[in-house]
Design a protein around this ligand. Structure first.
Ligand code: ADP
Ligand code: MG
Length: 667
């Protein structure tokens, strides 16, 4: 075979392309594979107000794609127009284009598909006596039978362009792409039922979830569970964010809802990341980047988060007409969207799961899957009203324990729990500062302590602890100097104490640094009674001298003691128990590498994380029960405390049911 490559030397006359060829060229852009056709046809069905959409396929869609809907239908005299290029019912002016709220508007899809396959339209409107069928190839129009709605039949895709057909994969692969196309629609339209048939077999079915009084949010969760699996939903947190800026009609300029998987649910591939803009599935770099950066602090390495994000934005602030298949969009102000998505996901992830788990739905238990209660019931009743549109601070949680606050004033000690002796000279007390309330004796005996008295048998699971107990439970022991064991309503809680404490200290440092931007103060510092001296390199001495102010902001005072010795005179209060010299060395090393001001601005979190690692309680350190309980209470009140600074989990739940299985009880 030879290839004729035409050069400009042979001049040919300029001709207008025939319509058919124009459509075929358009088809090249719009229709890559059967799934692209499915996508366009389902778009059309949804635009027509369908409540039920059924897709039937043969040979992965290559031989037949048939999409049925119960939408408003196409009138007899418009059937032929629908197949024409640039024929649309969706926009009539440039003004319409600015605020387009439908899936389609280019009037291109049907014409393009018709140019590369055998298409037939069967449709009936509400006021017609019967349906009409149009053969796209011959143009023949004849009466037919059908209820209101439209059936579009596409046979032998790419028959006219065999070269394209060669690029198709196996039927199974093409089918998978078709299912994915419907799935993307299904995830954003819980009010519509979807069914997919292949070779006469039902392969997927998602029933409409709204209409029976279900509110929008729970219909959405129901659909997410149906499509992506109950596990996806159980391992996710809900997102609700509204930008503070408002449109003229009082609506927020940007609203973000949806779910974000907890870091534990992350995958090796980015195959469960769904993003929507005004109901349209999109692949958008701004949104992907924003979502990924929201996980920065809790997901390390190359793990891919899972999420389904729904952005609603003033249509005037987004251009959907930048890509033939409309899968890409352009935001007028991409920073605004980036910030909204990032904050939305970050806020949702910051809330420790333990604080939401009061009703038994905690990681690792299957309690929540009981039939009476949907898996996501705990979302509906977190018991705490979290502010939706700003970062949460640890201090926000203080309000959650009014009883503990009150007990501070009364100062009355309980008979037994916790032991009246409050640890005073300890890493946790110093880290706690504002949280002494948890360490203070409560005036009345905690609820679970009472339950223990009454029940006699603390392990008996049919004597549930009354309301008021703590999500992460009551510490019972320390294992091998590494793990804290605690008992809660669901069973056993196992905490990696170093990992958990590292996160708590880190969040505390971050909070103090953020407060610094507002109040000017830095990280709370504590002078050392005896300065810790160490032999320093000339570079370390130089850095210590050059960065006095930065170090002070970080709660550190490091001064030259002799030409070759540095003395650590003060350290951050929350790191007082750590190794002062190790801390000083690592901070000086990081400051020495960069210009001090850049570190503070850009690598601040890494620096604080390093500091936290040095200050956190080490393995093999014996903790008292009070210290362990203090740690648990801090975890419940600390943002992102479900993961350590390196993205590993800090605690796990082992339910009584898990233990029963282990011991083959109740079989
Ligand atoms: P667009 O969706 O961009 O308008 P299409 O080529 O996809 O362009 O469809 C052309 C027109 O045909 C639509 O504007 C709509 O009026 C009509 N149409 C297509 N599919 C359906 C359907 N399932 N139900 C009702 N009308 C439809
Ligand atoms: Mg369309």
């Amino acid at each position: 075979m030879t290839f004729a490559i035409r050069t400009t030397s042979t001049r040919r006359p300029i001709l207008e392309l025939p319509d058919e060829l124009i459509s075929q060229i358009a088809a090249g852009e719009v229709v890559e594979r059967p799934a692209s056709v499915v996508r366009e046809l389902v778009d059309n069905a949804l635009d027509a107000g369908a409540r039920q959409v059924t897709v039937r396929l043969l040979a992965g869609g290559v031989r037949l794609i048939l999409v049925e809907d119960d939408g408003q239908g196409i009138a007899q005299d418009e059937l032929a127009v629908a197949l024409k290029r640039h024929a649309t019912s969706k926009i009539a002016s440039l003004l319409d284009l600015e605020s387009v709220g439908t899936m389609g508007f280019r009037g291109e899809a049907l014409a393009a598909i018709n140019s590369i396959a055998d298409v037939s339209l069967l449709s009936r409107t509400a006021d017609a006596d019967h349906a009409w069928q149009l053969d796209g190839r011959t143009g023949e129009l004849k009466p037919a039978a059908r209820a209101q709605g439209t059936t579009v039949e596409v046979r032998e895709l790419f028959y006219a362009t065999p070269a394209r057909r060669k690029f198709l994969k196996t039927d199974a692969t093409e089918l998978a792409h078709c299912i994915e196309a419907v799935r993307r629609h299904a995830l954003v339209r819980p009010d519509v039922g979807f069914a997919i048939w292949h070779e006469g077999k039902l392969v997927e079915q998602w029933r409409a979830c709204a209409g029976d009084g279900t509110d929008q949010a729970s219909a959405q969760l129901q659909r997410l569970g149906d499509v992506l699996g109950a596990e996806f939903v159980e391992q996710s947190v809900t997102i609700h964010y509204e930008s503070s800026s408002r449109r003229a009609d009082g609506q927020p300029v940007v609203r973000v809802t949806g779910v974000a998987g907890i870091p534990d649910a992350a995958r090796s591939r980015a195959d469960q990341q769904f993003a929507y803009v005004n109901g349209r599935y999109v692949r958008d770099k701004v949104m992907t980047h924003a979502a990924r950066s929201a996980y920065e602090d809790v997901l390390h390495g190359h793990r891919q988060p899972v999420y389904s994000l729904y952005v609603e934005i003033d249509p005037a602030r987004v251009d959907v007409n930048v890509h033939p298949t409309k899968i890409e969009v352009r935001f007028r102000d991409s920073r605004e969207v980036h910030q909204a998505v990032r904050h939305a996901v970050e806020n949702a992830l910051a809330i420790p799961r333990s604080s939401l788990a009061t009703e038994g739905a905690v990681p690792g238990t299957d309690e929540a899957a009981s039939p009476e209660r949907p898996a996501f019931a705990h979302w509906a009743q977190p018991g705490i009203a979290f502010p939706a549109n700003r970062t949460l601070y640890v201090s926000d949680f203080e309000a959650m324990w009014p009883a503990a606050q009150a007990s501070l004033d009364q100062n009355a000690a309980p008979a037994a729990w916790p032991t009246a002796q409050v640890p005073t000279n300890d890493v946790y007390t110093s880290a706690l500062a504002g949280y002494t309330g948890y360490l203070q004796p409560r005036p009345d005996k905690p609820a679970f302590a009472r339950a223990l008295d009454d029940a006699g048998d603390p392990a008996s699971s049919d004597a549930p602890l009354p309301e008021g107990d703590w999500p992460l439970g009551r510490a019972i022991a320390q294992l091998q100097g590494i793990y804290v064991l605690a008992e809660n309503r669901q069973g056993l809680v196992i905490v990696d104490m170093h990992a958990a404490h590292e996160r708590i200290v880190y969040e505390r440092l971050k909070e103090q640094m953020q407060a610094r931007d507002v109040h000017g103060a830095g990280i709370a510092s504590q002078p050392l009674l005896i300065p810790a001296t160490f032999a320093a390199s000339p570079q370390e001495v130089a850095t210590a001298e050059a960065c006095i102010d930065t170090l002070a902001t970080l709660g550190l005072e490091i001064t030259p003691f002799s030409p070759k010795t540095l003395a650590v005179r003060a350290v951050p209060t929350s790191l007082a128990q750590g190794d002062a010299v190790e801390l000083a060395r690592s901070v000086l090393a990081e400051l020495g590498q960069h210009d001090a001001s850049t570190v503070i601005q850009r690598a601040q979190n890494e620096l604080l994380s390093t500091m936290a690692c040095h200050g956190a309680v080490r393995a093999n350190r014996k903790l008292t029960l009070d210290e362990m309980n203090a740690l648990l209470r801090q975890m419940e009140a600390t943002e992102r405390s479900d993961q350590c600074n390196h993205g590993r989990p800090t605690w796990r739940q082992v339910s009584i049911r898990d233990l029963d299985t282990l011991f083959m009880r109740g079989r």
